[in-house]
Ligand binder design. Sequence first.
Ligand code: AMP
Length: 192
Amino acid sequence: MNVLLLGPQGAGKGTQAKRIAAEYGLPHIATGDILRRAMADGTPLGRKVKPIYDSGGLVPDDLMIELIRARLSEPDTEHGFILDGFPRTFVQAEALDTMLREIDKQLDLVLELQVPDEVAAERLTKRATLEGRPDDTPEAIRRRLELYHEETEPLVEYYRSRGNVVGIHGDRSENEVFAEIQQALEQAGAVA
Ligand code: AMP
């Protein structure tokens, strides 16, 4: 099964994506994680994206598209994947469609994790204390939530028009959210 998780930062995408990946034995493809690794390793990509990342901005589409193209061509995606953090713009969504068509795949299910902005901002602020992520400053948090509403949220309609979006109430305990996700996966026939 090929699953896409949408939702603002702080909605719990990463946490839930990891649980889905572990439960169903699928790779968790998180573009934020890939970028953080590139920055930690000091690769040319990492050095290029660092100022954008730190300010809470969006990395240019062409870089992200190439990164995902490379990742989706790895053999571990053969039986499915959990995509988290990509696409974030229409250009990325269209590129993903094209890429998947080329390799004869499609998204089986799009899960939209819904949480109010106040909850997302509060969780991100808490994470800032715990993990010290450079993009968890108040200003970067505001920018990221703003960009989510402007650039990424419209993608929900893009996918909804194809009828494979399920909304999940993210403002609950981790276990409750995961139970709802499992139900959605089963109903969609994405898992047995
Ligand atoms: P995340 O870990 O998903 O919250 O992503 C952290 C940061 O990485 C974002 O604020 C962006 O700067 C960058 N990023 C991750 N995925 C993308 C993407 N698909 N397009 C543009 N920027 C991205």
